[in-house]
Ligand binder design. Structure first.
Ligand code: GAL
Length: 381
């Protein structure tokens, strides 16, 4: 009798409530870290990527990583997916692919990472930049590559790869950092003295003639249409914000050092309510580490490191929920709604690396991220 009473008073109402909860339209849900099938049912193969909104559609560009079954290295390059709702993605194929010719730097066997595409209103062209490492040289070359297309989905025409800003000093660089110091050559890489010397321009001087190193990168178009190539330079110790020419195809030679000696990678920048925000990671390769948030009133101004934007358990915060930042996406038509996009790398099978998309939330005017096993896109108002 007692059991029947419990059933009647507790279980029965639950049976009514639960279906209502389950009836929520789960089609709008983002599921961070899970397999994300495209229109062909295959996990979206666009890693370290970014998104460009154009003509009512979102275009997601990222690293196409060869599947284990794929032996043909000529299929390697930058993938493109399109979507109207950020949930269902259509595979648009390779926007840029390696060129089967040993005379080009973009030959099979090279590494292409963190591609980003921006649209140039003046020329009507789509411009792609990407971190480029050369065949057989691991991560030594530290180049950035550029390609251009009349169509957003490509094919992009490869122009060249280079180290930016050869022969020019950064804008925010004291004169005393221009002269080599006695003992520079004998400093042990990674030692405290070496780090101080790096802050004081050791590597800017070393790379002045040939151009500055460019590894993890992103692009950012400022309100006035000026675009910047933002990359980890100086052996990943310092970020460089390099201004692009009006056609976005080259560097003007005007560049700024940001957070010297801070060892920042994976930069992702956005602007909200008068401030620029930047998510970065530390430098631990494919392994996740604590995210960092920096803020500045001016894009090329004095960036201040605020701290870790993750609001999870201590263990989750230490690894940014298992991810590394790649892009902050502004939802179209919603000025202050943003999605943090990160990669949960699987170095044993990079094509299976997972996408960690989380809503950007706000705390005292600063962006923070929390873990959601799944979340409703409509959450972002
Ligand atoms: C990470 C970087 C990735 C990739 C990786 C290689 O630090 O963010 O894009 O370059 O190192 O180990």
């Amino acid at each position: 009798m007692k059991k029947f009473f419990i059933y009647l008073t507790i279980i029965t109402p639950l049976l009514f409530i639960c279906p209502t909860i389950n009836c929520q339209d789960k089609n709008n849900f983002i599921r961070p870290g899970q397999v994300w099938p495209d229109n062909e049912g295959k996990h979206i193969n666009a890693h370290g990527g970014g998104i460009l909104f154009y003509n009512g559609t979102y275009y997601w560009f990222g690293e196409y990583r060869l599947l284990r079954s794929e032996k043909d290295k000529s299929r390697y390059g930058v993938s493109c997916y399109s979507s109207k709702d950020l949930l269902k993605w259509k595979n648009e194929g390779l926007a840029l692919r390696v060129i089967s010719d040993s005379a080009t730097l973009l030959q099979p066997g090279c590494i292409i990472e963190r591609p980003k595409v921006i649209y140039n209103k003046k020329t009507g062209k789509f411009v792609m930049w990407f971190h480029h490492e050369l065949k057989g040289q691991d991560y030594k070359a530290a180049l950035t590559g550029v390609a251009v297309s009349d169509n957003i989905t490509g094919p992009y025409k490869y122009i060249h790869s280079l180290r930016p800003n050869a022969g020019v000093w950064p804008q925010n660089y004291p004169d005393e950092y221009k002269k080599a110091k006695e003992g520079d050559a004998s400093l042990r890489t990674g030692s405290a003295e070496w780090k101080t010397a790096v802050i004081e321009g050791l590597l800017v001087r070393r790379d002045l003639a040939g151009g500055q190193m460019a590894r993890d990168m992103t692009l950012f178009v400022d309100k006035n249409g000026k675009a910047y190539h933002i990359h980890s330079s100086e052996e990943n110790m310092t970020l460089h914000f390099s201004e692009l020419t009006d056609d976005y195809l080259d560097f003007t030679g005007k560049y700024f050092r940001v957070l010297p000696g801070g060892s920042n990678e994976a930069p992702a920048i956005f602007f909200n309510k008068g401030k620029y925000f930047m998510f970065t990671s530390g430098t631990t390769g494919w392994n996740p580490n604590p995210a960092r948030l920096s803020v500045s009133g001016k894009l090329t101004g004095d960036w201040k490191l605020i701290g870790n934007p993750c609001r999870g358990t201590e263990d989750e915060n230490k690894i940014t929920f298992g991810s590394q930042s790649t892009f902050i996406l502004n939802i179209q038509g919603k000025k202050s709604a943003f999605i943090f996009m990160g990669d949960k790398w699987n170095p044993d099978n990079l094509s299976d690396s997972r996408h960690i998309w989380l809503p950007v939330e706000w705390e005292k005017g600063n962006p923070v991220i929390r873990w959601y096993r799944n979340w409703d896109l409509r959450k972002l108002q």
